[in-house]
Design a protein around this ligand. Structure first.
Ligand SMILES: [Fe+2]
Length: 569
């Protein structure tokens, strides 16, 4: 009998996932639909499911089950909405299982028969425990976990680290408890991100700055024997962390008026070195977790999720340090992906099925409504439409134009993978500066490259990877190719690479192939179709709006063979 599970993740990556008979058929993040960055309550995303499919079970995740209730019926708002479509819907609260949700998503998506699942996260569900042999209560937020996973739904928590920054924190280490209130991996990263003047959730900016730094012996260590340096790092739970600059007085906070984020000449060496140190030290900490997971599970299949799994620089390091392991880094490893984990977990618990269903695609969002083009053309005088083939668009790119690419269902997760992308010529020497200015991003931030899969190893050192369809690794550009694709080669010689096979995305493949036919380079510069601080676009109208709020002139719609051009600018 068909069984359909809708899972909702409230939180800063508010999202829903919908699973029918074990297959993930829909995933969306609320901010894409509401256009409100980090929108936490995914009602519009829920409605996308509810108006199209029946729902048998609603699973509510997040990081707590203590959600406020509605007046009159005194029920949870998500449950109330679903009951309007199915009064008999089964409602399951799983907000206390945040790390299990991360682990389940990564494990089920990986297709591995069994695996060790590592979760590296800011702060998950709050758990209360008693200190062993004393009965003294303590507790903390989940921060780092290791599960041993197998089908249909076996998830054995073998290592759990809880922290709350105020009271003693709890380690549950393979049955052994330890107590400590030191800073965790993600909190160290958050502290440096905050120090650099970014919001703590913008860790990717710190990662982009890190290669500009170097080892600096004047900086205190962030970690000592695997524990955060308490004198140096001040974690705040659940949502921030700080550096205690009094501990190292030469590390002064930048003055807010000194805007080095837009002007590279103002950046200090110490800022870059802080980013460098936290990147290297947290990589080492995760490597220690990987070794621990191998030791206590015996597995060489390793899946990683939680916010730190988006650190594509660290992900590449694991491949070098653990060449005998097979890794699956979940592409939707931020909190949004917990909806997928919960929906699949609930379905496997219902069905007791043991069929593996790896996630082959993240093109899981809404379908385009191309009738919106007619509306736009009727209302915007300086917008024209013309027929276009891949070779025409390749010629535009080769002539130095920025082209937006829009097609198919929207990508889940933070990476644009050719359905909601902005493309450029990777051969342009100062291409990074040009597109950072157009997108209004910080000067130092690098850009990704999409490469035809069959040419990936010629251009990039893929280490043990056969492919990288979800752009989860910053790989080394082959040394003899770096000068050919400077716009996507970061200062340390790396590039966040997406391999594109014909089956992955036929239209995107054809376009990159046309660019190769024109230039001899099977790589295009790829960045998300949005401007700084905005969610990735969802609809055709969102994409057209982005054109008119920026210098971008072209929007290519390959499914209908059209090119929209902004004129008179
Ligand atoms: Fe999380």
């Amino acid at each position: 009998m068909t069984y359909r599970v809708l899972a909702v993740n409230p939180g800063h990556n508010g999202s829903v996932a919908f699973v029918v008979d074990g297959e993930l058929v829909f995933y969306a993040e609320e901010e894409r639909l509401s256009r409100l960055k980090y929108d936490g309550n995914p009602f519009r995303a829920m409605l996308q499911v509810l108006v199209n499919w029946p729902v048998d079970e609603l699973v509510i995740g997040g990081t707590s089950n203590e959600l406020s209730t509605l007046p009159w019926t005194n029920e949870n708002a998500y449950a109330a909405l679903v009951r309007k479509f199915n009064p008999e819907v089964k409602v399951t609260m799983m907000g206390h299982l945040h790390h299990l949700a991360h682990a389940a998503g990564a494990f089920y998506n990986s297709g591995f028969e069994s695996a060790a699942a590592i979760v590296v996260d800011g702060s998950g569900s709050y758990h209360r425990e008693e200190i062993r042999d004393t009965g003294v209560p303590t507790g903390g937020f989940e921060t780092e976990s290791i599960y041993h996973c197998s089908y249909p739904h076996e998830f054995n928590a073998l290592y759990k680290r809880y922290s709350d920054g105020n009271t003693n924190s709890l380690y549950y280490d393979n049955g052994i408890q330890e107590f400590d209130n030191s800073t965790t991996i993600v909190k160290a990263y958050e502290a440096v991100t905050d120090y650099l003047g970014f919001h703590v959730i913008e860790a990717g900016k710190t990662m982009g700055l890190a290669p500009y730094g170097k080892y600096d012996e004047s900086l205190p260590p962030f970690f000592i024997n695997g524990k955060g340096n308490k004198n140096w790092l001040i974690p705040r739970y659940p949502a921030s962390a700080h550096i205690d600059v009094n501990f190292a007085p030469h590390v002064k906070r930048f003055e807010p008026s000194r805007d080095w984020h837009s002007d590279g000449s103002l950046v200090r060496e110490i800022d870059c070195n802080m980013a460098y140190h936290v990147q290297k030290e947290t990589e080492d900490q995760v490597c220690a977790l990987i070794q621990k997971s191998i030791d206590i599970t015996g597995e060489t299949n390793i899946v990683i999720s939680g916010g730190y799994a988006l650190n594509c620089v660290a992900n590449y390091v694991y491949l070098e340090r653990f060449p005998d392991c097979k890794f699956y880094i979940d592409p939707i490893s931020h909190d949004g992906g917990t909806a997928i984990g919960l929906a699949k977990l609930a379905w496997y618990q219902y069905s007791k099925d043991d069929v593996r269903r790896e996630m082959k695609s993240v093109y899981l969002g809404t379908d385009p409504d191309y009738t919106q083009i007619e509306v736009a053309l009727a209302n915007i005088p300086n917008l024209t439409v013309s027929e276009a083939a891949p070779a025409d668009v390749a010629a535009l790119l080769g002539a130095g134009n920025i082209v937006a690419l829009f097609q198919g269902r929207a990508e889940g997760g933070p990476r644009a993978l050719g359905n909601r992308s902005i493309l450029f010529d990777p051969r342009v020497e100062n291409g990074k500066d040009i597109v950072n200015r157009v997108k209004r991003r910080e000067w130092f931030r690098p850009f990704a490259g999409s490469v035809l899969k069959e040419h990936a190893s010629e251009w990039f050192d893929m280490r043990t990877l056969e492919s990288s369809p979800f752009m989860m690794y910053a790989v080394n550009v082959q040394e003899d190719k770096r000068a050919q694709i400077p716009a996507v080669t970061h200062v340390d010689g790396t590039c966040r690479a997406q391999t594109v096979a014909q089956d992955d995305n036929p239209h995107y493949y054809s376009l990159i192939k046309a660019f190769q036919d024109l230039t001899g380079v099977p790589v295009v510069f790829n960045t998300s179709l949005n401007l700084a601080g905005q969610p990735l676009v969802e609809t055709v109208l969102d994409a057209i709006t982005t054109l008119f709020n920026s210098e971008i002139e072209y929007l290519y719609l390959p499914e209908i063979g059209k090119l929209l051009t902004k004129t008179n600018t």
